[in-house]
Design a protein around this ligand. Structure first.
Ligand code: LLP
Length: 434
């Protein structure tokens, strides 16, 4: 476990989050239930923003809201003075609905629709991040029609293979994202964008992947990116004022992962800032404005999911299954990435583990598993099970598969709990059916 002062097991073996007993939350709000620890989200925002503004004042931290998006999270992010990264009209609309300042929003995506580009431009987002020839032609047209000049970043691919699942590696050589620096594609694309009158290149963006623990990956990334800034200066006399290095900082899911602390994230930021300053100096560049885009690290460990155990099934000499009232519709990450999670029984968290269990979801699909081979105390039907580190890419990737309801989200702080996303109803499911 990666416990902290707002997530721990008390002397009676009860799991406590945000000052509330997890099993009490399950009783009060029902299961499955997403629970978010507000203090931890705020601490994570603080560690990124405070460290970066100290180490590299010309900077902005943008929360990658694909990790978890709803009104309340945008309010918290805004109160902490971070910007946001959005990737769809839906994320932008949600942020705007709580008056998130659009001049601190960055619009990403490898295939933004015309409608999304219009929304981005007319709402005055800080940058549109360009990722194709198709897109820049479209954006130019949209801007000319409206007499707007839009600042953009160019998504480049520095070609780094970070150690993570290949679906969440985004900057290896073969990727649908970005223009490769090494084969000259990025340079060609930049030359093309420079011919556009209503599109202004402010800088480059890259994102080398997700769930990364190695600082070295970021050091190499900064080296490759600044080499390219130097080349642009030499070849095109182009000095770009901004650099966006994306997110990707890893979190603890199970004991194969590092038990990350706030200091670890401060360390990532310090290394990136230091490497950038050194490279800028050594290569004779103008110090750019720096943007980082953490998503998972801000929200991931703040979240847990609570389930009630229903059926239990032992296959003789093979496996003990326990089935929960959620599954791949609220957490598809095992099915998609073979992600490994840690689980615990909320009211028996201090008992000795005695048996190996596989936690199965309730969807009609054999691959609907949440965790495999977990050592737990004897599990009985009715027990409340917690899955840790589910704050990122769970609620945001949830679906109504099998017409199950997406669970509500409760935020906890100082012993109090409130809905930040209310429960779906069966009527919500058929609302748009004709
Ligand atoms: N910036 C860009 C442009 C990105 O594409 C991403 C994530 C981030 C920032 C934030 O990365 P983070 O700090 O959260 O690692 N669904 C997958 C993760 C996909 C990440 C996609 N891009 C998962 O569940 O692991």
């Amino acid at each position: 476990m990666n416990f902290r002062d707002t997530l721990y097991v008390n002397e009676n073996g009860k799991l406590i989050i945000g000052g509330v007993q997890a099993s009490v939350l399950a009783k009060q709000f029902g299961t499955p239930l997403y629970v978010l620890d507000k203090k931890h989200v705020e601490n994570m925002c603080d560690v990124f923003i405070k460290t970066l503004s100290k180490e590299y004042p010309k900077s902005l931290v943008c929360y990658a809201s694909k990790a978890f998006s709803c009104k309340e999270i945008y309010r918290i992010i805004n109160s902490k003075k971070l910007g946001i990264d959005v990737v769809s009209n839906g994320e932008l609309y949600t942020a705007k609905s709580v008056d998130f300042p659009m001049n601190k929003a960055i619009f990403h995506g490898n295939n933004k629709t015309a409608n999304e580009l219009i929304t981005a431009v007319t709402n005055g987002v800080k940058y549109v991040v360009l990722d194709s020839y198709y897109e820049v032609d479209l954006l130019e047209e949209i801007c000319v029609e409206r007499g707007i000049k839009q600042n953009v970043l160019i998504r480049v691919n520095p070609g780094i293979e970070a150690h993570t699942h290949h679906y969440i590696q985004t900057a290896k050589q073969d990727s649908k994202f970005g223009f490769s620096i090494s084969n000259g594609d990025a340079l060609e694309f930049i030359k093309y964008v420079l011919t556009k009158k209503n599109v202004n290149i402010e800088g480059l963006h890259c994102h080398i992947g997700s769930q990364i623990f190695e600082e070295k990956s970021y050091v190499i990334c900064v080296e490759k990116m600044t080499d390219f800034y130097k080349l642009l200066k030499q070849e095109l006399s182009l000095t770009l004022p901004t650099i966006n290095l994306g997110g990707g900082f890893g979190i603890w899911y199970n004991d194969e992962d590092k038990k990350t602390t706030l200091e670890d994230y401060a360390n990532f930021v310090k290394i990136i800032a230091k490497t950038l300053k050194e490279n800028v100096k050594a290569k004779g560049l103008t110090q750019p404005f720096l943007i980082l885009e953490p998503g998972r690290s801000i929200i991931g460990e703040a979240g847990i999911t609570l389930y009630t155990v229903g059926a239990t099934k032992t296959i003789k000499d093979l496996k003990n299954y326990i089935a929960i009232d959620g599954g791949m519709f609220d957490n598809p990450r095992f099915a998609l990435y073979q992600a490994k999670y840690t689980v615990a029984l909320c009211d028996k968290a201090n008992l000795e583990p005695v048996k190996k269990y596989t936690v199965a979801g309730k969807c009609c699909e054999s691959g609907d598993v949440i965790a495999e081979d977990c050592m737990l105390p004897e599990v009985n039907s009715g027990d409340i099970l917690a899955v840790f580190s589910t704050g990122a890419y769970n609620y945001s990737m949830a679906s109504n598969y099998n017409r199950n309801l997406v669970p509500p989200v409760v935020m906890v702080e100082k012993g109090k709990a409130k809905y930040i996303v209310k429960p779906q109803s069966l009527d919500d499911l058929i609302r748009n059916d004709v």
